[in-house]
Write a protein that binds this ligand. Structure first.
Ligand SMILES: *Cc1c(COP(=O)(O)O)cnc(C)c1O
Length: 419
């Protein structure tokens, strides 16, 4: 297996590590921008303009949101905290998609105040929203569709009929009728049936399903949909043998499907939008850590100063994250379990992985940490969450400092607790 390359040298990483203590997440701005431009270009055919609403949960740091905003993205939020981040970055109005579930009233109120597109997750939320907004509804509303057995899910998100999200097929028709009766003027349709999916055709089929539903809703209710939101879920090629989704091909195939279904039905123009997060930042983040210990018992262990509290995907899902030892890519290799220091035996970044054999004190880079990396971090074992650093082609900028014990204990008022 060949090592994947990283966009910085060992000396450059050591220079960052001299200023920012390891472990830290390092994000490559150029990688994020180049990919965002490709994605936008691939869907430039969309009438009325394509938008990817960046799913903020993937990397909820305003410096990153600023970058994707400047590349034309909106924000996909699912909580009040995510709305506050979007607002701070000057993303407001219909540049926010509020795709939440089990939503508290005050979160709907904040989304409405910002002018966000509200995407309802259930039929009962029409009345709930109306009450939350003091007896009115926004002029534009969107529904999340759950196709149930009509569509196979994928491993990460599970089978649609077992997922907690969205309206059933009969409910969605009923829902649009109700909105129309209540005087809502503008309508959108959304679905999110996959996560970390690498098959282009899966997304083409999702688009087909939504386009057909747009035609059906029009037949049954007379409603002309303004946009469809294909959701997020474009995957990241975590494993070296994985191939990324071909964005240009995906754009072309969705366009073909649009021409087959939407155009003949007389429903053109219909905007097509998405709300991907993982593919926007995932591949451009790197967890940089140092080797603390080597341990030889029934197995060979490499002990890092990072732990599952910095990146929980391997421990939680058994997810593969590629590991590079900068400067030793071509050196002798050895099989290790690569571990953190939590008192949990699943605190392992890799099990039985052959990697270049580092020395104690060497830097180790764990790839594709740019989505659900720092954001899924936690404080178990009283661990402090790490810094985040932005790499700007040779320069670096700390965009979040590491936590201190004062941060960790900030919410406990206890005499004698050293902060
Ligand atoms: C998580 C999520 C997304 C983004 O998914 P990615 O896998 O990051 O592309 C989009 N929409 C909703 C409703 C989500 O929950």
């Amino acid at each position: 297996m060949t090592d994947r390359t990283i966009p910085f040298t060992r000396d450059q990483l050591e220079a960052v590590a001299a200023q920012v203590p390891t472990p830290f997440h390092l994000y490559d701005e150029k990688g994020i921008r180049d990919n965002a431009r490709r994605f936008r270009e691939a869907f430039s055919w969309v009438p009325g303009g394509f938008t990817n609403y960046f799913a903020v949960k993937a990397l909820p740091n305003p410096y990153i949101i600023d970058i994707v905003k400047s590349e034309g993205m909106g924000a996909d939020c699912s909580s009040l905290g995510e709305l506050l981040l979007a607002e701070a970055c000057g993303i407001t109005g219909e540049n926010i998609m509020f795709s939440s579930n089990n939503t508290p009233a005050k979160e709907f109120q904040k989304a409405f105040e910002l002018g966000a597109i509200i995407n309802l997750d259930d039929l009962s939320h029409i009345d709930y929203l109306e009450t939350a907004l003091g007896g009115k509804l926004p002029e534009l509303l969107c529904f999340r569709y759950n196709p149930g057995k009509l569509k196979e899910g994928n491993v990460l998100i599970g089978k649609p009929e077992e997922a907690k999200y969205g309206f059933t097929h009969p409910q969605i028709l009923e829902g649009y009728r109700r909105l129309k009766a209540k005087g809502v003027k503008r309508f959108g349709l959304h679905t999110m049936v996959a996560s970390n999916e690498l098959s282009t055709e899966y997304f083409v089929e999702t688009a087909r399903m939504l386009f057909e539903l747009v035609v059906e809703v029009h037949k049954m209710t007379g409603i002309r949909m303004e946009f469809v939101n294909l959701g997020g879920g474009i995957g990241v090629p975590y494993r070296p043998e994985h191939k990324p989704v071909d964005l240009e091909l995906l754009g072309q195939r969705v366009q073909q499907t649009y021409r087959e279904i939407i155009v003949p039905a007389g429903l053109d123009p219909l905007r097509v939008v998405t709300e991907n997060g993982r593919m926007v930042t995932g591949p451009y983040g790197y967890l940089v850590s140092r080797v603390l210990h080597k341990k030889s018992t029934y197995k060979e262990y490499l002990g890092l100063d990072a732990s599952m509290a910095n990146l929980m995907r391997p421990g939680m899902y058994g997810a593969y994250h590629h590991i590079t030892v900068p400067g030793k890519e071509k050196g002798p290799r050895k099989i290790y379990d690569v571990t953190g220091s939590l008192c949990e035996n699943n605190d392992k970044f890799a099990i039985d992985r052959e990697i270049p054999d580092p020395a104690i004190g060497d830097l180790v880079v764990i790839h594709e940490s740019g989505a659900h990396g720092h954001s899924m971090g936690f404080n178990y074992n009283a661990k402090l969450r790490s810094a985040e650093v932005l790499w700007q082609e040779g320069k670096f900028h700390q965009i979040r400092r590491a936590e201190t014990y004062a941060d960790l204990f900030a919410t406990i008022d206890y005499p004698g607790l050293k902060k």
